[in-house]
Design a protein around this ligand. Structure first.
Ligand code: ADP
Ligand code: MG
Length: 275
């Protein structure tokens, strides 16, 4: 399923006036593509995913899903915190989508088992979320997203709250799963290595209000592993993205902290010339 985003603009009306989160985002994500979105905090990444998920409405522009619909669900979302239901066991958290759609119990039990096995969490089927580590919870959230059998999986900084080593492990797990079980994935992250490691292409967003500054293809051979990070193509891509991004991160920092503008000024000039 292709995802075509055109002229997406979002303004929030707040007590203090209008907040412009997105200012005309145009993007096209290909069928079965692993697509990354990277940008400074506050540039509208979550807003964009929420709109693609249908959880929020754009002020202008829209999102189109193009392709033959093969499954029941259009999108599944994986959040930064796994958002599991604390009163349900792992095995009962995974089949939420099929259960909601009232699919047959034996069928979704099989699905649950299949996807828990895929994320190597079958042994924890009877555990409750509070008994799991952060990384394990995210694996359950990924199994839940897959068990919903969607056309597109949206991931909003899914590994941001994990320690560095767990993050590395889960990246590899996600790659392994995606290689086997191709889906269109849109991954929001502010981790550059993560984006380059996982994605086919990466959209770099500007500081708020967000627009797409460039879409960079990641020409790093697959299958990718930890070792890919020392591949010269990997490093070249990382540098290219950082060149585009650093100015935006710097702009976002001074926007978000108006009182810090004066202190940040010398650093900002240096960064600007570097760029
Ligand atoms: N429900 C909301 N009401 C008002 N402003 C919002 C709301 N959601 C997001 N924003 C604002 O929109 C901008 C983009 O936010 P967000 O999409 O969360 O950015 P990101 O995910 O890139 O960090 C921010 O300035 C944020 O404060
Ligand atoms: Mg966000």
């Amino acid at each position: 399923m292709r995802v075509v985003i055109h002229g997406l603009t979002k303004e929030f009306v707040t007590g203090k006036g209008k907040v412009r989160a997105l200012a005309g985002v145009d993007l096209e994500v290909r069928d079965q593509e692993f697509f990354g979105i990277i940008g400074p905090t506050g540039c509208g990444k979550t807003t964009l995913l929420n709109i693609v998920a249908g959880m929020d409405k754009p002020t202008r522009g829209g999102v189109e899903f193009v392709g033959e619909k093969r499954t029941q669900a259009l999108v599944s979302m994986v959040f930064q915190d796994a958002a599991l239901m604390p009163w349900r066991t792992v095995g009962r958290n995974v089949p939420l989508g099929p259960e909601f759609r009232k699919e047959s119990v034996p069928a979704y039990k099989r699905m649950t088992q299949f996807f828990l096995e895929m994320v190597r969490m079958l042994d924890f089927s009877g555990a409750h979320p509070h008994e799991l580590s952060g990384g394990m919870k995210q694996k359950v959230a990924i199994a839940r997203a897959l068990a919903n059998d969607p056309e597109v999986i949206l991931m909003d900084e899914p590994f941001a709250n994990l320690d560095a080593q767990t993050r590395l492990l889960l990246r590899e797990e996600l790659l392994r799963i995606w290689e086997k079980h191709r889906k269109t994935i849109i991954l929001v992250t502010h981790n550059l290595e993560e984006a380059v490691m996982l994605c086919d292409r990466i959209a770099v967003m500007s500081a708020a209000p967000g627009v797409v500054k460039a879409v960079i293809p990641v020409d790093v051979r697959r299958p990718r592993t930890f070792k890919s990070m020392s591949d010269p193509d990997f490093i070249r891509c990382l540098e290219k993205i950082w060149d585009l991004l650093r100015h935006e991160v710097d702009r976002a920092m001074t926007q978000n902290h108006p009182s810090g503008v004066e202190q940040a000024a010398p650093e900002r000039r240096k960064t600007f010339f570097d760029w």
